[in-house]
Design a protein around this ligand. Structure first.
Ligand code: KG4
Ligand code: ZN
Length: 337
């Protein structure tokens, strides 16, 4: 039996979890700062770091208490090394190193995105080769995993991440932060309207994405309609934005699946919570010889359990870190240089 204590603090969630053998969650404590950042309309990095400092010790103690596990029983400490906000990451990195030093535990540095992918290990046994569509506030990536804990990025966004586009479009529509869930809800009441037709973004890379032009197109369309004295129906604009963004995302994912023939396709990251994306991916992969897995909502957004699941895969591979590892906001995936 392997017990991993996992820490996540890359953005605005302070989180700690205790995981047994990579897939059993003994505790999963997440302290969200969302109420604070909502006041500013987005995550304020300096404020995020300060709240992490205030909460990290309590969150770790709470995770141990709830699991009934003592620090002596822990086999290794997994933590998010990057990518993310430098100040936020730093708090989790220092906490992990402090525990490792004080209790003589090995360290496992984890790439945040691999955590999002391994969140699916709580749903089912992962099957390889595996294709992951990683969609979050900071990432839009198609990741090919030939084997357990091996990563190749097939495509990525050339500008904004899809979650970022959702958040910015939500701001234009006056929906507040975070914008993704608000657009998800509003778009359900919307309908297709030729007035709101948006350009489908083009990219050179076959599996690359682009969302910046789409976001600007929504902004300009909104301004133009208002200037011309036309009423803007936010639900219809949200619907058209979402259909365009998710159409592009799911079409490229299906193309990658048809070309690479994975045994499993998994969704990962905060935007995987989107109800329309979940619906589209299931529909478009129907009939393909590949199992599609969508994590439950609670594992889509940032948490430490997913870092523990990735940490267990790294642990089995002996992918340990050292005290010299430093928080890295631009960290590459393991094996990607
Ligand atoms: O993975 P995550 O919690 O943090 C990052 O690592 O970025 O993802 C946060 C992102 C935000 O942009 C948020 O607006 C988006 O996920 N999001 C959604 C939904 N729920 C969260 N986007 C679209 N639809 C949703 N239901
Ligand atoms: Zn994330």
């Amino acid at each position: 039996m392997t017990l991993i204590l996992a820490i996540e603090s890359s953005c605005d969630e302070t989180a700690c979890a205790i995981i047994r053998d990579g897939r059993e969650i003994l505790s999963n404590i997440v302290s969200s700062q969302i109420n604070t950042h909502t006041l500013y309309g987005g995550v304020v990095p300096e404020v995020a770091s300060r709240i992490h400092v205030e909460n990290i010790s309590t969150v770790i103690c709470e995770a141990l208490k709830e699991s009934g596990v003592t620090m002596n029983e822990i086999d290794a400490v997994a933590y998010t090394l990057g990518p993310g906000l430098i100040g936020s990451l730093h708090v989790g990195v220092m906490a992990a190193k402090t525990i490792a030093f004080a209790f003589h535990k090995p360290l496992i540095p984890i790439h945040h995105i691999t955590g999002h992918i391994y969140a699916n290990a709580f749903v089912t046994d992962l099957k390889f080769p595996l294709m992951a569509l990683v969609v979050s506030g900071g990432h839009t990536e198609l990741v090919w995993m030939k084997d357990d804990y091996s990563f190749e990025v097939l495509g990525t966004t050339v500008d904004d991440a899809i979650g970022e586009a959702y958040d910015k479009v939500a701001r234009v529509l006056g929906l507040g932060y975070p914008g993704g869930p608000a657009i998800d809800r509003l778009a359900k009441e919307g309908k297709a309207d030729p007035l709101y037709r948006l350009p489908v973004p083009k990219t050179d890379g076959r599996f690359d994405f682009s969302f910046s032009g789409l976001k600007t197109a929504v902004l300009q369309l909104n301004d133009r309609l208002k200037r011309n004295g036309k009423e803007v129906v936010p639900a219809d604009l949200a619907y058209c934005f979402q259909e365009t963004a998710l159409g592009l995302l799911t079409d490229k994912t299906v193309k990658a699946v048809q070309e690479y023939h994975p045994a499993m396709l998994v969704l990962a990251g905060g935007v995987a919570a989107n109800s329309r994306l979940r619906e589209l991916i299931v529909r478009k992969t129907e009939g393909l010889p590949c199992e599609t897995v969508i994590p439950p909502l609670k594992y889509c957004t940032d948490n430490a359990a997913m870092i523990g699941a990735a940490g267990y895969a790294a642990y089995r591979r002996g992918a340990f870190g050292t005290m010299e590892d430093m928080a890295d906001p631009g960290l590459m995936m393991p094996g990607e240089n």
